[in-house]
Ligand binder design. Structure first.
Ligand code: SF4
Length: 67
């Protein structure tokens, strides 16, 4: 089982809008793309209702604190 690589949405502090917290913890542990998509709450993205997968990425990546 691999872990999220630095820079991927699954380990970004802005990822997970709309995903239950327990499921979000699992996504942060396991980087596999399970078909789940979540909202990005970064101020520059939220107004666009951007939905991303755990293996997506962008230049605004901010590491989430270790769970
Ligand atoms: S789109 Fe960018 S800011 Fe949003 S969750 Fe992904 S890496 Fe983070």
């Amino acid at each position: 089982m691999s872990h999220n690589n630095e820079g991927h949405c699954g380990s970004c502090a802005h990822f997970g809008d709309g995903i239950p917290s327990e499921q979000l913890v699992q996504i942060r542990i396991n980087s596999q793309d399970s078909g789940v998509v979540g909202g990005c709450d970064h101020p520059e993205n939220s107004s666009h209702h951007l939905m991303v997968s755990p293996i997506s990425s962008c230049d605004r990546y901010t590491p989430a604190e270790a769970a």
